[in-house]
Structures are given as structure tokens and as C-alpha cells.
Ligand binder design. Structure first.
Ligand SMILES: Cc1cc2nc3c(=O)[nH]c(=O)nc-3n(C[C@H](O)[C@H](O)[C@H](O)COP(=O)(O)OP(=O)(O)OC[C@H]3O[C@@H](n4cnc5c(N)ncnc54)[C@H](O)[C@@H]3O)c2cc1C
Length: 487
């Protein structure tokens, strides 16, 4: 029997258990997950990207099974509030583009072009994407019964603790072995990597492959094997967060809200039974107490009300090698790019699927590891650049934090090239494509971001487009929302 041991039972560990079991059990691999009750899980992370749909599809799990079990809701995109100072334009929507948007996408790109040429025209993405309207008017992305399904790209919100429990149940039903114990030490076996791990219940566990899903502790990859961690703190200042729930209203917008505050940003995520709220901030500019007061004020919660805010520290960056010797790191142990675009579980999923692809080619051959590590390193960097861009192009003037983000010279060559092309009214699509950046975020997402921030030269010419045109577009999208199931 060949053996895979997963250390850690957070969302990453249980996602790994399910995927590896599905992919490798038939080849004779036994999957064994070990987790520490004393240490527990991070217990945040309640938004996804659209790729989570493929994760459940891969495991043959239907939305009707997992969504109610995890108090999950649909997410049509992210509403960015107050990231700019633009009068009347301080809110924009980042949709998940889908083929359905082809009809209105052309208009959006054309309007951006006119705005680049100085025409005073409204080209916020909010007006051009159906999912933006579904989110605004509180509709799900699922068509009503009797209406032919319209395939939209959408994501989810969920209770991260319940999601872990749900995945644990499924994995155990499918034969994944589960032990509750805390790691005491790791025994090395050069040049293979880790020979065995010793647990506080007295067990010594050997494996062919160890999956390090031990969260920010990274017990196996970083601590035992000493793989280096490259911090992104020069690019991304946020290193702390607070989180607490609040009551949900009956009708909620089907979106994550990401609102800029004085030293970071706040998330507001609707679940079926509550909102999840949090403030991601930089400890160089504020502290936990101030952050809690500011978040309460932002949410309209009385300052004296006890909310049991959780305090979290974040290690932002990625490891030099995600798969080294016989250890694969998954989840927070491999790295984290702050949660602005909710990409962490997406990276878990992508790392696992890429691992299976490379592992199937030749198991532990170094060539496979090198190719895998390059793919995952580049994916982290690609996502990082898109997120850094949100900070770099902000136009807020209310605090040093925003000023410093805007003035930060530490941005990648790729991001610099995109911004230069945009500012020179050149075609950013060819820059993104030539630099392989579209596999992380499509061209349209970059347009939504930069147009959303109104990063254009000053408008010098009046709007010559007939008002009826944008009004017609608005009416068409609003009418189409009626085809979908309301919240
Ligand atoms: C503020 C914040 C907001 C976030 N928002 C999002 C979001 O919106 N979307 C998203 O996709 N992600 C988000 N994330 C990331 C998300 O929380 C994680 O990617 C996800 O929860 C997976 O975490 P994990 O399983 O890697 O680690 P953890 O949940 O920390 O699990 C680690 C596991 O390892 C075990 N362990 C650790 N040390 C030992 C040991 N010595 N012995 C035995 N077991 C051990 C622990 O007990 C636990 O079971 C967010 C993160 C933060 C900090």
C-alpha cells in the first residue's frame, strides 16, 4: 500500500483529502489526514472564485447537497466601495465575465475607448454586466423554473467551518483515514525528505508523500524541510485582520462587499443565516482596537456592543517551492495573497489539480516538481499583481496608508507594463497576452478594475453618445434579471 499523509484539517486539508482520494485511491494510495484539535483551524475564508464549482463537479457533489449544509449563498461578483475619491464614481462592480456578457462587453470596451479619448462618458462596469444587476437587485445567477438555463459564471459564499465539516464527512465516507493528534516532530530521511512524523498520541506515521496543510505553521515544508518563504510585504501592506458576524437582512445583495477604510478594507459577505464581516489592515497604520471601532462604525454597529471580534495575523507571500522532496504544501502553508479577491481556495484547488497532473506523469521525478513549482509560483505572482493594482491605482487622500500604497514603487514589471499601456491608451490586451497574464485574470477583469477606478485622462469633450443608448442597455439588463430566481 502506498500512503499519503495530510497534516492539517482546515479547508485546505479536507479539499486535499477529497481530491487526492478521488484521483489516486484507484492507484492503491491510502489517504490519511491528521489534525490537531488543540491548534484548530483558522476558521475564516468565506468567499470563493467561480472555480469552486469545478471542485464540487470533480467530486460529483451537487449544489443542492453542499450549499444548504454550509449556509452558502451565490456570489455574482465583488462590489468595490470607496477605493477612489471620484465624485459619483466611488463604487464599481467586478463581475465574473461569462459568454453571456459578449453582447454588452463590446459596448463596455467601446465606451472605455471613448473615455480614453477624452469623451466625458460613463464607463463604469456596473452598467454593462448582467451579474452586476443581479447582485444589485438581489437575484441569484440561477434561472427560474421553466426558463432555459442561462450559463453565467458565478461563485459562492459559505461558512468556512461548515464547509470543512462537510468535506470531512464526505472524505471519511469515501475511505479517508482520520486521526486527531498534534505533531511532535518530523524525522528526516535524506535525500527523500520526511521519513515519518511523530504525534502526541505516541504514533509514528510513515508515508510516501506528506501533504503539509498545517496552515500558517507550515510544519513540514517550511519548518522541517526549511523551504524559504518569500514575503509580499513590500507589495501588499496588509498583515492583520479582525472578523465578526452580524445579523442578516431578509433580502441581501448577491455579492461580496469590499469597502476601503482608513488602513485597509472591510469585507461583508452574506450567508443564509448571518453576514460575515472583517477588516483587513496593515498593523503599520492601525491596531486591533482601532480597527474594531472603525469596522463597527462602518457597519453602523454601536461602539459599546460586544461583537467577539477574532484577531488574526496574516503571513502574505509564497514559498519558494510548493512541492519539495516528498512534501507538497497546500493552503496557508504554501502561501497567502490577502483575501481581496477571495483566491486562497482557488489556489488550493489549482495546486492540487496541477499536482495530480504532474505526479501522474512520473511520480517523484524532479523534472515534474520543477514544472509544477514554476506553474504555481507564476499563478501566485499573477494573482498578486492583480491585487496589488487595486492599491496602486487608489485615489484616496484621507490617510497615509492610501498615499503610501499609491506611491509604492515595489510593483512587478508585468504590472508596470499593463499600467503604462493603459495610461498611454494602448491596447492592454496584447500586453496581458504577451506576458501570459490572462490565464490569471482575463482582459475584461483588468478593464473592469481600471475603468472602475476611473483611471482615465481628464475628460475634455462632452458626451456625444445618445442618452437613449446607455438607457436602453440599462433597461435590457434590468429586464433580464427577471429571468432569475430572487434571493
Ligand atoms: C482574514 C482572512 C480572510 C480570508 N478570506 C478568504 C476568502 O474570502 N476566500 C478564500 O478562499 N480564502 C480566504 N482566506 C484564506 C482561508 O482562510 C484559507 O485558505 C483556508 O481556510 C484554508 O486554510 P488552511 O486549511 O490552509 O489552514 P487552517 O484552517 O489554519 O488549518 C490548519 C490545520 O493544520 C492543523 N495543524 C497545524 N499545526 C499542526 C500540528 N502541529 N499538528 C497537527 N495539526 C496541525 C490545524 O489544527 C488545522 O487543522 C482568508 C484568510 C484570512 C486570514
Amino acid at each position: 500500500m502506498k500512503k499519503i499523509v495530510i497534516l492539517g484539517g482546515g479547508t485546505a486539508g479536507w479539499m486535499a483529502a477529497n481530491i487526492l482520494n478521488k484521483a489516486l485511491a484507484a492507484e492503491g494510495f491510502e489517504i490519511h489526514l491528521i489534525e490537531s484539535e488543540q491548534i484548530g483551524i483558522i476558521g475564516v475564508g468565506e468567499g470563493s472564485t467561480p472555480q469552486l464549482k469545478q471542485f464540487f463537479a470533480y467530486l460529483d457533489i451537487d449544489e443542492s447537497q453542499w450549499m444548504p449544509a454550509c449556509n452558502a449563498t451565490y456570489k455574482n461578483g465583488i462590489s468595490f466601495n470607496d477605493w477612489t475619491n471620484s465624485e459619483g464614481h466611488n463604487h464599481y462592480f467586478h463581475p465574473f465575465p461569462s459568454p453571456f456578457d459578449q453582447q454588452t462587453l463590446g459596448a463596455f470596451l467601446y465606451y472605455c475607448k471613448l473615455r480614453h479619448q477624452g469623451m466625458d462618458i460613463d464607463c463604469l462596469p456596473n452598467q454593462f454586466f448582467l451579474t452586476a444587476k443581479l447582485a444589485e437587485y438581489a437575484y441569484t445567477p440561477i434561472t427560474k423554473e421553466g426558463i432555459a438555463p442561462i450559463k453565467l459564471n458565478y461563485a459562492y459564499h459559505f461558512d468556512s467551518v461548515l464547509l470543512g465539516q462537510f468535506l470531512a464527512k464526505i472524505a471519511k465516507e469515501k475511505g479517508v483515514k482520520h486521526t486527531i493528534a498534534t505533531l511532535k516532530s518530523s524525522e528526516l530521511d535524506e535525500p527523500i525528505g520526511i521519513k515519518s512524523i511523530s504525534l502526541d498520541n505516541g504514533d509514528i506515521v510513515e508515508a510516501d508523500l506528506f501533504v503539509d496543510a498545517s496552515g500558517f505553521n507550515s510544519e513540514l515544508l517550511q519548518k522541517a524541510l526549511g523551504v524559504k518563504f518569500h514575503s509580499y510585504s513590500d507589495n501588499l501592506f496588509n498583515d492583520s485582520a479582525i472578523a465578526f458576524p452580524s445579523e442578516i437582512t431578509e433580502k441581501y445583495n448577491t455579492q461580496t462587499e469590499a469597502s476601503a477604510l482608513s488602513a485597509g478594507w472591510a469585507w461583508k459577505i452574506p450567508l443564509t443565516n448571518r453576514y460575515g464581516n472583517g477588516y483587513v489592515f496593515s498593523s503599520r497604520y492601525t491596531d486591533f482596537e482601532q480597527a474594531e471601532s472603525e469596522l463597527k462604525a462602518h457597519l453602523g454597529i454601536a461602539s459599546e456592543l460586544e461583537v467577539n471580534a477574532r484577531r488574526l495575523k496574516m503571513k502574505v507571500g509564497q514559498v519558494e517551492k510548493h512541492w519539495h522532496k516528498n512534501v507538497l504544501a497546500i493552503g496557508l502553508s504554501q502561501g497567502f495573497i490577502e483575501p481581496l479577491e477571495a483566491t486562497a481556495l482557488h489556489l488550493v484547488q489549482e495546486s492540487l489539480m496541477q499536482f495530480i497532473k504532474h505526479f501522474n506523469k512520473g511520480k517523484f521525478i524532479d523534472e515534474n516538481k520543477t514544472a509544477f513549482n514554476q506553474t504555481i509560483n507564476e499563478r501566485f505572482e499573477g494573482i498578486r499583481d492583480y491585487i496589488v493594482c487595486h492599491y496602486k491605482v487608489n485615489t484616496r487622500t484621507d490617510s497615509q496608508y492610501w498615499q503610501d500604497n499609491r506611491d509604492n514603487p515595489c510593483i512587478s514589471e508585468n504590472l508596470q507594463a499593463v499600467l503604462e499601456a493603459w495610461d498611454n491608451s494602448e491596447d492592454i490586451a496584447s500586453v496581458l497576452q504577451s506576458r501570459n497574464m490572462t490565464q490569471y485574470y482575463p482582459v475584461v477583469s483588468w478593464y473592469c478594475l481600471l475603468a472602475g477606478y476611473q483611471r482615465f485622462p481628464e475628460a475634455t469633450a462632452p458626451n456625444k453618445m445618445p442618452a437613449s443608448q446607455i438607457e436602453g442597455l440599462r433597461k435590457m439588463l434590468a429586464a433580464r434579471t427577471e429571468l432569475f430566481i430572487p434571493v
